[in-house]
Design a protein around this ligand. Structure first.
Ligand SMILES: [Zn+2]
Length: 80
């Protein structure tokens, strides 16, 4: 699940059900009414801190785009 800011701007955060993976939801003054939980990231970029924290999780948040980007990155490296 993702936490998205309402409207067209902003990034998508990974949403674990209680908090964003970057912990911004619980530690900052994110105005909660301005966000919504969504099944998809609606094409928005994933929050950088969410991506960094996601890699440290024992059970990483599974994200198709993230997995795809990672694969592409590996392919790029192997063809260099
Ligand atoms: Zn985030």
């Amino acid at each position: 699940m993702y936490l998205l800011r309402n409207g067209n701007n902003g990034v998508a955060h990974y949403w674990n059900g209680v908090d964003t993976v970057c912990k911004m939801y619980s530690t900052s003054s994110m105005r909660k009414k301005k966000y919504k939980v969504s099944e998809t990231n609606l094409g928005k970029k994933i929050c950088f801190m969410c991506q960094v924290n996601n890699k440290k999780l024992l059970k990483p948040f599974v994200d198709k785009e993230y997995e795809q980007a990672k694969e592409e990155f590996v392919i790029q490296l192997s063809t260099m």
